[in-house]
Design a protein around this ligand. Structure first.
Ligand SMILES: Cc1cc2nc3c(=O)[nH]c(=O)nc-3n(C[C@H](O)[C@H](O)[C@H](O)COP(=O)(O)OP(=O)(O)OC[C@H]3O[C@@H](n4cnc5c(N)ncnc54)[C@H](O)[C@@H]3O)c2cc1C
Ligand code: FES
Length: 351
């Protein structure tokens, strides 16, 4: 099947009990230790519904942490061609973080509410004949969904996948990717170890290295990893002739600062927020997310910086000043969808 010409939708042909939706429960069915600090968790719908998503999209899971419920966002790394369950792969970030809680507390049979799947960083919205995937570390997760999907469908396109990890013990899905490359000849897979030896770091991305692996033509490029890594890759690809319209990147937001309206004047005028059946007061100039949090409304969030689209809400009445629109399509913006994390209140609103 040619990706450049296909009907741009995944295969959703199953005779189903319907599809899982935002707010419904996910039940953990399988836990796989990928390495010392990375686990994969598979989930199904307890009622047997299927999952509809585009390869590269993400989901936000509501976690009952000791300090209260919080959402965390994870890319679905399984493929929509196997729609009975979804799998996420989670790297423990720091000892007291939410991901450490997940590693300690998620058991087979545990159930969690979740929101999604969403995200513009996906293969379906950018059909192409030539594809370049580049990732580092846990940024491999969206690429896994894409590669699993393409290889299940035997898509007749040219796929190059370059993955960087600090050392060979940190490679994820290495055996599976070698197997896929063995049976799906369209895939050229390169894994590069950025290891230290005698005080020197080897394997870091360079123009020479990338040019030896791929000749950029009209490729669509998907890149995911730490922000410094993505900056370097983007620069190299631009020098190698990349058309920027074909470049897409996903940030996991590890270094983001929450936009929490610290500068709001305490004498600022108040506005009212109507959220479902509740009305409350907030400060003009505050972000919608900050105002909702103060009123104990738990909003699904990922990056908290207007990049991922997780905190989207429908503005029914009023206006806000939205200073980012990452993860929202033009149609969604026209339909009044806003991002709570980067929308400041300019008047009364109804959400
Ligand atoms: C689109 C997207 C896809 C992602 N995919 C993956 C993936 O596939 N695998 C993976 O391992 N990680 C993924 N992440 C990162 C993941 O969501 C976690 O943010 C990251 O692992 C941080 O770990 P932690 O939650 O344990 O850290 P924590 O220390 O618990 O939190 C890290 C940060 O979360 C923010 N935060 C604080 N309070 C809240 C709150 N109430 N609600 C929400 N956020 C809060 C703060 O900025 C805090 O510094 C993804 C993130 C995004 C945005
Ligand atoms: S949480 Fe990512 S856009 Fe708001």
């Amino acid at each position: 099947m040619k990706t450049g010409t296909r009907t741009p939708l995944p295969d959703f042909k199953r005779k189903t009990k319907g599809f899982w939706k935002t707010g419904e429960l996910l039940e953990c069915t399988k836990i796989t230790a990928e390495n010392t600090n990375v686990n994969s968790y598979s989930f199904k719908d307890p009622g047997g519904k299927g999952f509809q998503f585009k390869p590269g999209q993400h989901i936000s899971i509501r976690l009952p942490l000791e300090r209260g419920d919080e959402y965390r966002t994870f890319t679905i790394c399984s493929t929509p061609t196997r729609s009975d369950e979804i799998t996420i792969t989670v790297k423990t970030n720091r000892p007291n973080g939410a991901t450490a809680w997940m590693h300690d507390n998620i058991k087979i049979g545990s159930k969690y509410s979740a929101a999604g799947p969403i995200g513009l960083f996906n293969l379906v919205d950018y059909p192409c004949e030539k594809l370049l995937l580049i990732s580092a570390g846990s940024g491999i997760t969206p690429m896994m969904s894409m590669v699993r999907w393409l290889s299940d469908r035997l898509d007749d396109i040219d796929v190059t996948f370059i993955h960087y990890a600090k050392n060979s013990s940190e490679y994820l899905f290495s055996d599976e990717l070698s197997n896929i490359a063995g049976r799906y000849s369209a895939l050229k897979y390169h894994q590069i170890s950025t290891h230290k030896e005698d005080g020197k770091i080897y394997g870091l991305p360079s123009q020479e290295q990338i040019s030896s692996l791929i000749n950029i033509e009209d490729h669509q490029v998907f890149c995911c990893g730490p922000s410094g890594f993505m900056d370097v890759i983007k620069d190299i690809l631009i020098k190698n002739g990349l058309n920027l319209d074909h470049y897409h990147q996903e940030s996991f937001g590890s270094n983001v600062l929450e936009i929490s309206s610290p500068m709001v004047d305490k004498n600022a005028k108040t506005v009212t927020i109507k959220f479902k059946d509740t009305v409350f007061v907030a400060k003009r100039g505050e972000t919608l997310l900050s105002a909702l949090k103060k009123n104990k409304i738990v909003v699904p969030t990922g990056c908290q910086s207007g990049m991922c689209g997780t905190c989207q809400m429908k503005l029914i009445n009023g206006t806000v000043d939205m200073n980012q629109r990452g993860g929202l399509s033009d149609q969604q913006v026209e339909a009044g969808i806003i991002l709570a994390c980067c929308s400041t209140l300019t008047g009364n609103v109804s959400i």
